[in-house]
Design a protein around this ligand. Structure first.
Ligand code: ATP
Length: 362
């Protein structure tokens, strides 16, 4: 079993470095205690780097990411720094495409007592995972859509190859969740197959994969109805899988249900690489004040440990991922040490220290 793991670290823009520092520190402590090595290598990239050098994702950083066992990325991009065509700097999207990270994994968890805009029935919990296809869909023509004086066009792309990988990933995840007692093992395909032929094709490929998993259940939902059910009965979902743009929108809705972007982690996973980063952006409005919520970044770090542990058959590391997630969830559920975005007054350091304390007590 491998003991040393190379982690490429993108500190990013705005609040990025402020939330990355405590996350790396927690991961370092866990590794030291459990007897494996995480070697962190800093990678330059992002909007500030582009403003300075004219390069948003240097080749050297791309190469470090490619050679690493996993990639930790905080938030990148600044509204004030743009490419000549007016689009924002987003190396995270370039990484997704270059490393073929087709599965965007967005867990949504709400425990009893957690602050949420939902009116949760007594005793209910929410625990589902939204999988957003992350390399094609309506983002396919990103940066090269056609605009004339009177028309603008972007093209949606759904391929058999990516969809088959995506659906296999979704069913495998549902099986892992079922086996670990987290859910009953159900996958829902979220589409708009009643209107678009591309989504009828998407659904057809989903159904073909579903027949290979008789031990799991599968169903379909239209994306508009799904948005409604996210609010009305989110406890019903297990694993949902959808197209890039639908997933982009639904994952922010999921973050809203959890109380905000500050507690929404994510992973972009391919066959050979994975990037772990919070769902939120670089929050330039609060950068430099020491008040950013680090919990989404820390939860993303926990997902990284779980993924690395499962991938390399390293049970201790996977268990550390679960411990870090559970400790962070305990801080959210207790509500005693929360940052301003969650209605508290804690600093970034205080919130991260609360996680370290919960971890020690676990
Ligand atoms: P992007 O398009 O790059 O994802 P965005 O436009 O969604 O970014 P964010 O940068 O995510 O915007 O910020 C949206 C709002 O949420 C801002 O008011 C920001 O301060 C707040 N916010 C985002 N992340 C955090 C965080 N970790 N802690 C506290 N507030 C946050």
């Amino acid at each position: 079993m491998k003991k040393n793991y190379d982690i490429a670290v993108f500190h990013g823009d705005g609040i990025g470095p402020e939330i990355m520092a405590p996350t790396v520190s927690l991961l370092r402590d866990l590794a030291q205690t459990s007897g494996y090595q995480l070697a962190f290598t800093d990678c330059a990239a992002g909007a500030a780097h582009y403003a300075e050098t004219g390069d948003s994702l240097p080749n050297a950083s791309m190469e470090t990411a490619r050679q690493s066992d996993a990639i930790l990325l905080s938030a990148m991009g600044l509204p004030s720094v743009r490419y000549p065509d007016g689009t924002e700097i987003s190396p995270q999207i370039d990484l997704r495409k270059a490393l073929n990270l087709f599965a965007g994994v967005r867990p949504v968890r709400i425990f009893p007592g957690q602050k949420t805009p939902l009116n949760m029935p007594e005793g209910r919990e929410v625990d589902f995972v939204l999988i957003r296809e992350s390399t094609e869909g309506l983002f396919h023509t990103q940066g090269c859509g056609e605009v004339t004086e009177n028309e603008a066009r972007e093209t949606l792309l759904i391929t058999r190859e990516t969809s088959e990988l995506l659906f296999k990933f979704a069913f495998d995840l549902a099986r892992t969740r079922k086996e670990t007692g987290r859910s009953a093992g159900r996958v829902t395909c979220v589409d708009k197959a009643n209107v678009f032929r591309a989504f009828a094709f998407f659904r057809e490929l989903f159904d073909a994969e579903a027949t290979r998993h008789p031990d799991l259940t599968s169903d379909h939902a239209y994306v508009d109805a799904t948005a409604l059910w996210f609010v009305q009965k989110p406890w019903d979902f297990d694993v949902l899988v959808t197209e890039n743009m639908f997933g982009d929108i639904l994952s922010d809705l999921g973050a809203g249900l959890m109380g905000g972007l500050g507690v929404a982690p994510s992973a972009d996973i391919g066959l050979n690489h994975a990037v772990f980063q919070p769902c939120h952006g670089s929050a330039p409005d609060i950068a430099g004040q020491g008040i950013a919520n680090p919990l989404a970044m820390i939860l993303s770090g926990a997902m990284m440990l779980e993924w690395l542990g499962l991938r390399h058959d390293h049970a201790v590391m996977a268990a550390d991922g679960v411990r870090l997630r559970t400790a962070t969830e305990a801080v959210i559920a207790q509500g005693a040490v929360l940052t301003g975005d969650l209605g508290g007054s804690a600093t970034t350091t205080e919130a991260a220290t609360a996680v370290a304390t919960a971890l020690r007590e676990s």
